[in-house]
Design a protein around this ligand. Structure first.
Ligand code: NDP
Length: 471
């Protein structure tokens, strides 16, 4: 049984004032495997005060100092990569083959941001004026459970590059991996107060961060509903916000696409992170005359997907993170059946031989884009196959959503796919693949968020331009 009873404030692991205990579960079995003692408002305030005090000196630190810190953070995470992966697999249920790659990517966030920082000019000239890009202040980082380690490292890397200090509020469901990661970050020897981690509930600790006049910016990742709460709460103190929210991303299969090549990409995009991914391509748009052929190929390929214990190296889809998430996905599968979509694969209940929070990877055919399963972010391995009449209608359906985070376009003519991509309202569009560019801006159109993370766009969202004239 894991007992996590410390938070990290001002350079040390301390017992929180909060005394509430939260049970941790192994999602593969549903059994309790630990407890975390939750931080409360007082702990959040202490963490904010430590970050505020540290900001005085850290905001003045040189680029060389920050580059050295980013390198040390990278080294510290790499040194315990296996421990981090083990914690994520046990606590979150992500398949080990994928989670070990994600740990590597999480460490790499520090080096990618160091690359950006190296060539970034904090003083820019506009005619005779100096535009001095100034660290914004204390940054509150509020994140969900579906990629906890990657979110902490990417948000922290950006803040450090900008000269900002941080208060991080992870999900309480990520307490175990947060503890291991904090030990790594502590080993990197950052100045006290530059990063503080207070695991507690959103309504207690998250809301305090959003309320505090001493927090200049919130970097939030999570649901659109909570993103709106954060935006409202931030208005009182005019906080800057970056909001990375939900998605219902289209995968558009143009009528000239090679279906055999498309199938593995559709499944990789749709079932990424066991479907618990904001960028999952969950609405698969296909020409009506190709619908049945693609459906058959997808069902055949889904039979080969290994849904198994996350510790099994062959596993490609693990359990949902929690009972709540399991029930949410079950609810949507039942809703899809009730709404009249064709259930082509999967369905309600557990996969054979598995319990815990495993769900059956599910494919619905002949889905209408107005159905609930095509509109709501399900956050589980559930795909909707939506037929369209022509390219124009495919674009209309792709854009007929409140979200706009990612999109995927497949065609045997990349130039045609590029023309379609330009008409899709989404922050990231991949053609014939599942590409990632860590220096490119990442974020959403419409209700998928505000602002961008990563690279120079992410860095500048942590800086205020100050214009000095006449010097
Ligand atoms: P939530 O929005 O419920 O929670 C996210 C974080 O916000 C948690 O730490 C949560 O704490 C906290 N929180 C909850 N209420 C408040 C509040 N009133 N004030 C401040 N903080 C609060 O998201 P989920 O945990 O359900 O995560 C899944 C969502 O995250 C999906 O919608 C997904 O699309 C989105 N997401 C977006 C990504 C992107 O980059 N666009 C990437 C990954 C996920 P607590 O855990 O205690 O509730």
């Amino acid at each position: 049984m894991h007992q996590i009873d410390k938070v990290y404030i001002n350079g040390e692991f301390v017992t929180p004032k909060g005394s509430a205990l939260f049970d941790l579960y192994n999602p593969a079995t549903g059994a309790v495997n630990g407890q975390v003692r939750l931080a409360n408002r007082d702990d959040a305030q202490k963490a904010i005060a430590a970050a505020k005090a540290a900001f005085q000196a850290f905001s003045q630190s040189s680029k060389e100092t920050r580059l050295a810190l980013l390198q040390r953070l990278y080294d510290a995470v790499v040194a315990r990569a296996d421990d981090i992966t083990a914690a994520v697999v046990e606590e979150y249920g992500g398949p080990v083959s994928m989670m070990s790659q994600w740990t590597t990517m999480a460490a790499q966030n520090f080096l990618d941001m160091a690359d950006t920082l190296e060539s970034y000019d904090f003083t820019q000239k506009i005619r005779a004026s100096d535009v001095v890009m100034t660290p914004i202040g204390v940054v509150g980082i509020v994140i969900p459970w579906n990629s906890n380690v990657g979110f902490i490292t990417s948000r922290l890397a950006t803040a450090i590059a900008a000269g900002c200090c941080t208060v991080i509020k992870p999900s309480e469901m990520s307490a175990l991996q947060t503890q291991v990661l904090c030990e790594c970050l502590h080993a990197a020897g950052l100045p006290n107060g530059v990063f503080n981690v207070v695991t507690g509930t959103g309504i207690e600790v998250g809301a305090e961060i959003a309320r505090s006049p001493d927090v200049a910016k919130i970097s939030f990742t999570g649901s659109t509903a909570v993103g709106k709460d954060i935006l409202r709460a931030s208005a009182d103190t005019m906080k800057r916000v970056t909001l990375e929210l939900g998605g219902k991303s289209p995968t558009i299969i143009l009528d000239d696409a090679d279906l055999d090549a498309a199938v593995p990409l559709i499944l990789a995009a749709g079932f990424l992170n066991s479907g618990q991914a904001c960028i999952a391509g969950t609405r698969v748009l296909v020409a009506r005359e190709k619908h049945d052929e693609l459906a058959q190929k997808l069902v055949a390929a889904m039979n080969d997907i290994v849904v198994a214990e996350p510790t099994d190296p062959a596993s490609r889809i693990g359990p949902m993170v929690s009972r709540k998430q399991y029930e949410r996905v079950q609810g949507y599968i039942i809703k899809g059946i009730e709404e009249g979509a064709d259930l082509l694969a999967g369905g309600p209940g557990h996969p054979e031989g598995l319990g815990g929070y495993f769900v059956r990877p599910t494919l619905f055919g002949n889905v209408d884009n107005a159905m609930t399963i095509a509109r709501d972010e399900i956050f589980g391995p559930v795909l909707c196959l939506i037929p369209y009449e022509d390219e124009e209608q495919a674009i209309t359906i792709a854009n007929d959503t409140d979200y706009g985070l990612a999109a995927y376009v497949m065609s045997s003519d990349p130039a045609r796919a590029g023309r379609v991509a330009e008409r899709i309202d989404a922050g990231r569009i991949c053609i014939n693949g599942f590409q990632h560019e860590p220096q490119a801006p990442f974020g959403g159109f419409k209700q998928s968020g505000i602002g961008r993370q990563y690279g120079v766009h992410g860095l500048e969202s942590h800086l205020e331009p100050k214009v000095i004239m006449g010097r």
